[in-house]
Design a protein. Sequence first.
Lengths: 471, 471, 471, 117, 117, 117
Amino acid sequence: MKGYEGDYASLSWTGVPLWAKFFFQLVFAGTAATIVSGAVAERIKYKSFILFTFIMSIAVYPVVGHWIWGGGFLSPGEGHWFGKDAGMFDFAGSTVVHSVGGWAALAGVLLLGPRLGKYGPEGKVNPIPGHNLTSATIGCFVLWFGWFGFNPGSTMAADVNAIARICVTTNTAAAAATLSATVTSWILLGKPDLGMTLNGCLAGLVAITAPCAYVSVSDSIFIGLIAGALVVVAVFMFDRLRIDDPVGALSVHLVNGVWGTLAVGLFSQKELVQSGQTVSTGLLNNGLLHGGGLSQLLPQAVGILCAGVYAFAASALGWLILKYTVGIRVSAQEELEGLDLGEHGNEAYHGFVMALEPLMAPVEPRPAHVPPDGVKRYTALVQGVGADELAQAWSELCQPGPAAADPAFKELYKHVTTVRGHQFRFRGGDAHRLRSLLETVLRAQLGKPVEVVLKEDSNYAQAYAELAEAR
Amino acid sequence: MKGYEGDYASLSWTGVPLWAKFFFQLVFAGTAATIVSGAVAERIKYKSFILFTFIMSIAVYPVVGHWIWGGGFLSPGEGHWFGKDAGMFDFAGSTVVHSVGGWAALAGVLLLGPRLGKYGPEGKVNPIPGHNLTSATIGCFVLWFGWFGFNPGSTMAADVNAIARICVTTNTAAAAATLSATVTSWILLGKPDLGMTLNGCLAGLVAITAPCAYVSVSDSIFIGLIAGALVVVAVFMFDRLRIDDPVGALSVHLVNGVWGTLAVGLFSQKELVQSGQTVSTGLLNNGLLHGGGLSQLLPQAVGILCAGVYAFAASALGWLILKYTVGIRVSAQEELEGLDLGEHGNEAYHGFVMALEPLMAPVEPRPAHVPPDGVKRYTALVQGVGADELAQAWSELCQPGPAAADPAFKELYKHVTTVRGHQFRFRGGDAHRLRSLLETVLRAQLGKPVEVVLKEDSNYAQAYAELAEAR
Amino acid sequence: MKGYEGDYASLSWTGVPLWAKFFFQLVFAGTAATIVSGAVAERIKYKSFILFTFIMSIAVYPVVGHWIWGGGFLSPGEGHWFGKDAGMFDFAGSTVVHSVGGWAALAGVLLLGPRLGKYGPEGKVNPIPGHNLTSATIGCFVLWFGWFGFNPGSTMAADVNAIARICVTTNTAAAAATLSATVTSWILLGKPDLGMTLNGCLAGLVAITAPCAYVSVSDSIFIGLIAGALVVVAVFMFDRLRIDDPVGALSVHLVNGVWGTLAVGLFSQKELVQSGQTVSTGLLNNGLLHGGGLSQLLPQAVGILCAGVYAFAASALGWLILKYTVGIRVSAQEELEGLDLGEHGNEAYHGFVMALEPLMAPVEPRPAHVPPDGVKRYTALVQGVGADELAQAWSELCQPGPAAADPAFKELYKHVTTVRGHQFRFRGGDAHRLRSLLETVLRAQLGKPVEVVLKEDSNYAQAYAELAEAR
Amino acid sequence: MKLIVAIIRPEKLEAVQAALNRRDVYLMTVSDVRGCGRQRGYTEVFRGQEFQVRLLPKLKLEIAVNDAFVEATIEAILEAARTGETGAIGDGKIFVLPLEDCVRIRTGERGGQAIGP
Amino acid sequence: MKLIVAIIRPEKLEAVQAALNRRDVYLMTVSDVRGCGRQRGYTEVFRGQEFQVRLLPKLKLEIAVNDAFVEATIEAILEAARTGETGAIGDGKIFVLPLEDCVRIRTGERGGQAIGP
Amino acid sequence: MKLIVAIIRPEKLEAVQAALNRRDVYLMTVSDVRGCGRQRGYTEVFRGQEFQVRLLPKLKLEIAVNDAFVEATIEAILEAARTGETGAIGDGKIFVLPLEDCVRIRTGERGGQAIGP
Ligand SMILES: Nc1ncnc2c1ncn2[C@@H]1O[C@H](COP(=O)(O)OP(=O)(O)O)[C@@H](O)[C@H]1O
Ligand SMILES: Nc1ncnc2c1ncn2[C@@H]1O[C@H](COP(=O)(O)OP(=O)(O)O)[C@@H](O)[C@H]1O
Ligand SMILES: Nc1ncnc2c1ncn2[C@@H]1O[C@H](COP(=O)(O)OP(=O)(O)O)[C@@H](O)[C@H]1O
């Protein structure tokens, strides 16, 4: 563990244990990879996605992370691009995590193409609506909650004042963006689309990620408001460009990752930064709107560009390699049936009562006849009682109650198939026994004797035919 | 930020950063507003609800918060109502947050009226059951978890002993209430209704919110047990009163907010309070059951009353203004169709396969005839083979397998519509080509030549008629 | 609270407040009880399960907890089984919580028997798939998150280095197990079963629970990999043994609880343990793979055995008592209908539009005739206009639009039942009024006078018959 | 015997059931369907894209009755399933199918007497 | 040709399928319905209010068969769909509808030979 | 009048609707069903146990038409519901049932003129 301050420069901001930083960075890397999943959903091969997450967390995220957070050429310092008085600042990863994830997603989406049926001829867009907005809402809230780990946690120190302010800027931007996305979609669409509201919330969170520690609470309102409007417009734009992003990940993470990083250059205030908070924050300059001119905006813009070019190129290369080796897109048939079945062999929701086992061998076309089963059928004709009276008696016998519990009836019942007029049909059983049982139970029920004439049906099919005729 | 100790008295208990307190209070205010949402659900206009949350967090919650927590007239102190030795105590907001939210909800519910169909004639109550108890259960657990932020967090200090005890009182009350609500509903209804169990849990949490720091763990059991029974009875009561509260928010937050606040006056114990925990807790008196007489119970009761009157009146006024400006209730039609569609233009659950685009112009009534489409139909009669043999051959040709891959078959197949007896019907294609194709594939399949006689149907509708006749 | 260091030895590791430890232990005990719920699901009586959780948390968990964590005979120390230089180590409960829970579940499952239809004749297994994999996935993530409370929290001290490393070992094992379960199921089943992936994740977490503080991060990878493979194999094994465990709780908690505890004996490293972390960890020996021979493995194995025998026996006894008093299994009918209905009287998912009230008294068989309702029916014959023209006119009258708003039409419309050819049928209303209304509206629509001949149907049933005839 | 199949608006189920019961018709089988008719679908949006739902939720009632009940059943449905004062597009349709036979599974009874309760 | 429509208890599907297969009837279409019959609904509670569910979950089987199979199909359903020793209210009904024609979409075959597998 | 009942693959709905509309058939009622036919089900696994789903998701279309439209309706379904170049097992079936009467609920119209839009 010796020398880690040197070797793991990107992990060495402050005196926090190495493993803690590792864990923290691991979550960031995981987040960057997860962003991709939403954009490529519903058509990507599971295998390729797993492989891509390795590429992402080995070759894409760490490089940009080093450039910006690890003392790389975008950070301020002697011998770095912007000299020792300036540098790119990205507090908790609008660029490092979110726009990098977004660029990787964009590369994937472009190589995958849209889902089947998403875009019709003549610029027609066919939305494929999410199937469960309750889940989407829970997801959004979980992310909002998790962001209070990301942003304040990035202070990497128990600096309560900074943490408190970061919590408030984070939350304020999220709330402002939620409102502005709602209002924007209300104006543009006539109704406040819940999907937009949720994406607006996330957009605000992404946008405030870079500037959360460097801007005042009042400025965080503006950052959020703009983020919320941006996400709505971006969703429209990507659909116009026929870039199919099932969950809006590009609009949320890519577009607002860029916006949030730029926002540092616009709104940052030197005096807000607590000394010692992170190694380098003493070098932050005031943003454009706080009299700092371009001194902070420029590094931000350059950083966005560099990160974008690298992340897009590297992940496009990764996707291309996957495309021409294991393949990245499932078959059209599988896509229509759903990837839960094709990729996992599971059904995501399983509710319908169904035959659990293969009840039969595969059926082949065959001539139409009912196979005989060796069990005899009998027809019994009940005489000495009117049809209505008989029907009434049989119906009462079958009522739940004491009669039904009669053992004679039970024995008889299990052989009765159908009853029409004076005709009783039986399947199986001993003919004489059945006749006497039927006489017994009917006599008891009717209170008068009846006579039962029984006929064994020599031939199964014929019996069926006769009975059908009798109808 | 200067002078905040004075200006923001309600935020100035201890030495915690202003922004941290702001954030904490913000969450409380948000909670109070959220309580309302459940009670007015399924019939309120989205717009009006958003506007009401502004009223709530600007004009209702902060006023009561100031009275009780911000050195207002209900807090102990020189010149306040109860003098300097006594005052109302509400540790984490049974009154400030929950009953205030409950009163606002009650005002809203009364002005909105019940959901359509909830109450029938002659006092009949028609339950409108929740659609997903899994979601309800998740929600309850999330709240339970969140409460460990609310209650222990309200110490506003890293006082580990107090925090630990508050965690335990909070949890104990919740568990006791869960059990008692389950048992109560078991007794009253014959079955342990899960909805009641969940509401019982929340009821216990609401009830312990005010007293959590002031009572012993053993007393928290009683507080919880009573809360759980109360919530069940309250649900019945509100339904009897025809006050329609879809999620039981009134029974949980209003009734148990009141109960929890009173419980301070019954169970509080002076010696449990750690000095310095909050500015004013040194002034807590023992509760009625711990020998303090009415010295604590009275201020609690007065506080509940004042808070209730103000919160109800202020929010009723707010709702009334909304009712006569933007309106508060959706149309009956929209209510029946569901507010997801009417208010948001989304469907909450989207599962059914459907036509994604407007497939047709609006249809107008028109005479009944099939429009000709310019494509010719042919009828082919196959001669020189029995009907059964022919049927068999065609069926085999259509089996997946090598035959089906035959290009001649493929070309033929795409024009075949139906096959009955010796008659094949075609749509489109060249007549002579079709005849020879049919002869070819059948000869190959049957192993003997057949003759095909072809007839072009001059008239579309007539052909249909003939074919129908042939049946 | 005096003397708690002595009385509550299992709670007395370090200087943490008693209530905090109580709370922590309470969550562990609750967890052990919860493990059981998944394995006995879908057939157990709610009442018996509630009672069993009492048995579990009073008589099963605390005993083993004392043995291992509370200075009992399995812990190291003078006069204990392994002497003062060795003892069993289970950092956060692979044995104490998870395998104990698993043994209790096993006892329950064996006494309950499998769910109806789960096992067919001839060793046939009929899976009963989970109904919502979204919920299952959320559940898994929530547990993963919660584990960061369990494992690092078990340091019972703000030892940041230990906490950071425990976070990383915990997470690494979970990730490794997730991957290995996915790959194992991919190999064995041909597809990466999501259920296995989720259970793999939990398996890794269970397995790392005992060793998380005692092993290096690199060893945690192996612990996880093995856990993931084990869980897949165990699921198959239990199904082969016809032990029906709906959620795989045995494979996750029992099998991997055992594996995790053994892993301490294989991978533990003395030098990783921070002194003072817990009272006794100074006595940890190196594991088999780190040169410690059996000095640590043996106590682990013995501990697993003792804990297993006791937990299984005690809970089997508990289940048996319940079985012969309140009963543990619901009726077959209830099982088929679902326990949500039978046990709780709720439906878990409620979506179908339905009659909310008993619309009718129970229906008894009765003769077939339509009851007269005292309202007269009329038949009107419209004369002086062709059938087509009349149909057209009536259809246009019914179109939404100005005509439909005509009060004469409205009055007429509410009595019209059906219209066929020249025949209009009415129900109720005054005969002459209806005739003149019909004449009026038709004249206005057709632009020419028509004559309406009206006939009162003396007999309801007869009228129906006639109308039917007219068809 | 006839099988009467009615497509109605979901919110009318209770009213139709009540109207049927008044005519001594109690038994029916109900299912969820989506109807494509003259009624304009509604416009939904999903993340900003509008689309028209042309298949509207309806309920299908299947009611097997003896011939004597056919007209009464139709009348009951007409009485209860119309919307408002003048009806509205989308109120649904009734189809009458011939029914050749009916068997009560429990008793094996066949024909007219199996159809009722 | 007939279309046999059977309303059965959901839990009987497998048994009925097996009984049908023994008679060489394999093809069917199944849907979820709710039935309103003589069977008393069950009482549900929701947050304390009881209500009776009168529409009970059932399955509807639609089985198109040639005439020769009609009786065998009915027999199979009767054999497998009854509850317990004496049947129970709510076991369901079978409706037999005339079927005029049948077309196998894949091959275009019409009539009796299209009905089977 | 006939009631045409078609069982098709879910993914073919839009194509079938379009083909019907070209023949001036607009009205229909759609429902979710599961079909048991010759088509092999797919194999699912659940926590390691494989099982075969024999009831495959299908859509049922119910289309009431006047006699003149019967053949056009069948043709439209055949045209649009077949899979690929040679059809595939599981493409579904069409059943034609006689329809005795039809009532438009809104207007009370009966018979042929009630069937259309
Ligand atoms: N010919 C038909 N075949 C099948 N279902 C139909 C037919 N006509 C109407 N329907 C069903 O009836 C419902 C109502 O029809 P619609 O045309 O909207 O109303 P209206 O007949 O009052 O103008 C449709 O949604 C559809 O489910
Ligand atoms: N006349 C009918 N029309 C339509 N469906 C019916 C009819 N009679 C019964 N059913 C269906 O059959 C089911 C069982 O009927 P039920 O009356 O409960 O049982 P039983 O006939 O054994 O007394 C009902 O739930 C309903 O779905
Ligand atoms: N005789 C039948 N009765 C009811 N439904 C049937 C019948 N035959 C087929 N079906 C329905 O049609 C669907 C397709 O049938 P299938 O046998 O798979 O295809 P194919 O007829 O092309 O060989 C089945 O899933 C089932 O829903």
